[in-house]
Design a protein around this ligand. Structure first.
Ligand SMILES: Cc1cc2nc3c(=O)[nH]c(=O)nc-3n(C[C@H](O)[C@H](O)[C@H](O)COP(=O)(O)OP(=O)(O)OC[C@H]3O[C@@H](n4cnc5c(N)ncnc54)[C@H](O)[C@@H]3O)c2cc1C
Length: 392
């Protein structure tokens, strides 16, 4: 792999940098989790519009579907520069997950209906996979979809659905043949979140955030034209979508920023005489995190090299996801070590250093090794598909 930019890539990098310099509002540059949700939302909506005007919501999609037709490498340069500037990610699940699936498996009608509304930033998506008894063992899901005329009628429940309270549409897996072996009776379909019969309840995390929800479906009608691919073949499409989800490479750059944040936090605490730990240990810990950040970057290079060949990363996506999630947890722990007892202060009103962002981070990253498949489940993928070990 050649790590240096070609002249074309360097020119493109300059173009992205100039765009960010001119267009990204300064208050969005230092996105942090303690920003008020509403002002964050308004700023992000405006940024999404700016990106849509440029055709950069889904930069890697073909132009015919509203993307910018960027090559994998251009997309990587683009993602690097956006993450470097700490610009908020605006495409969401539409760009990262369901869009690529529709491009591969959707009908022309589905592409026409949904892709332009994703690239214009109009529509937000959520992922209806998990159910109370079906997380890791997703294929055991119980929500049913029964064909009735031109519709499927959906009954059941989904849980841990990130952003369902803001989403316009859900891509979901439902059981269409209860008599078939469990992987072969599942279909994937698209549900309009305004359909009658959907009840959404918030679930508040231990860090106090409203990230996800549970939904109850009572005879919700989904037009049969919203089925993706063939009936009862949804498992395989749903699994391809997970590979897209786990291939997210922007995280590696986020880790670098967090390491820099931790270095400045240590300096700040030391300067003000509030660092009570062992300086040598803290420095060693930070050095470990910095090295891990570089490794995360190399793993993401591996993922894009596979994408560049036109393939979908599989166990490599699981490596990418696991390593990134686990480094973020270790980083948050390093932050708490730097703060010592001050790390126990929580929330903006508590007088916590950095407005409580470090302790908030510490609590919120707990979920990173659960979301998008637990670390254990991803290790099973790496063991069986990557190392060729037998299933236990
Ligand atoms: C922040 C966050 C956001 C999420 N967003 C969404 C979303 O938008 N949409 C959605 O559908 N879901 C979402 N989820 C749900 C997530 O996909 C599930 O929580 C996850 O797949 C685990 O399922 P579970 O919670 O049922 O745990 P379980 O599957 O019950 O697992 C419990 C424990 O058993 C272990 N375990 C289970 N099976 C195995 C095995 N075969 N080998 C080894 N260990 C195993 C697990 O690793 C875990 O430690 C989200 C979760 C989080 C935390």
């Amino acid at each position: 792999m050649e790590f240096r930019d070609t002249p074309e890539e360097a020119a493109f990098r300059d173009e992205v940098r100039s765009f960010i310099k001119a267009e990204l509002p300064s208050e969005l540059r230092d996105q942090n989790m303690m920003m008020e949700e509403e002002s964050q939302d308004a700023g992000i909506r405006a940024w999404r519009k700016t990106m849509a005007r440029k055709g950069w919501i889904a930069p890697h999609w073909p132009k015919e579907y509203g993307g910018a037709g960027m090559s994998v490498i251009e997309q990587f340069v683009f993602n690097e520069e956006m993450a470097e500037a700490r610009a908020p990610q605006v495409g969401g699940m539409g760009v990262q997950m369901i869009g690529p699936v529709l491009i591969r498996f959707g009908t022309d009608e589905q592409k026409k209906e949904h892709l332009p509304r994703i690239t214009s930033g109009e529509v937000q998506w959520c992922q209806g996979y998990s159910e109370p008894g079906s997380g890791s063992d997703l294929a055991s899901l119980q929500t049913t979809a029964v064909r009735d005329g031109d519709d499927y009628v959906i009954n059941g429940q989904k849980i841990w659905t990130s952003g369902a309270h803001r989403a316009d549409w859900m891509f979901m897996l439902a059981r269409t043949d209860p008599g078939a072996p469990k992987h072969r009776g599942i279909s994937m379909m698209l549900m309009d979140m305004k359909s009658p019969g959907i009840q959404i309840q918030p679930l508040i995390t231990m860090s106090g955030d409203h990230v996800f929800n549970q939904e109850y479906f009572d005879a919700v009608r989904v037009p049969a034209k919203n089925l993706i691919g063939e009936e009862n073949r949804g498992w395989y499409i749903g699994a391809a979508l997970l590979d897209f989800e786990r291939s997210n490479i922007a995280n590696a750059i986020g880790i670098k920023h967090s390491v820099n944040d931790m270095v400045s936090l240590l300096r700040e605490r030391q300067k003000s005489g509030l660092f009570a730990g062992d300086l040598r240990n803290a420095k060693m810990e930070l050095a470990d995190r910095a090295v891990e950040g570089q490794i995360a970057r190399l793993i993401s290079y591996r993922v894009i090299t596979i994408q560049r060949r036109g393939a979908v990363p599989n166990y490599e996506a699981s490596m990418n996801k696991n390593f990134g999630a686990e480094v973020r947890q270790r980083l948050a722990t390093t932050g708490m070590h730097i703060l010592g007892l001050y790390g126990g202060l929580y929330g903006k009103q508590s007088g916590a250093p950095r407005n409580g962002a470090v302790s908030h981070q510490y609590l919120s990253v707990v979920s990173s090794t659960i979301a998008a498949g637990t670390s254990e489940v991803n290790r099973n993928v790496i063991a069986t598909r990557g190392l060729g070990l037998p299933r236990s």
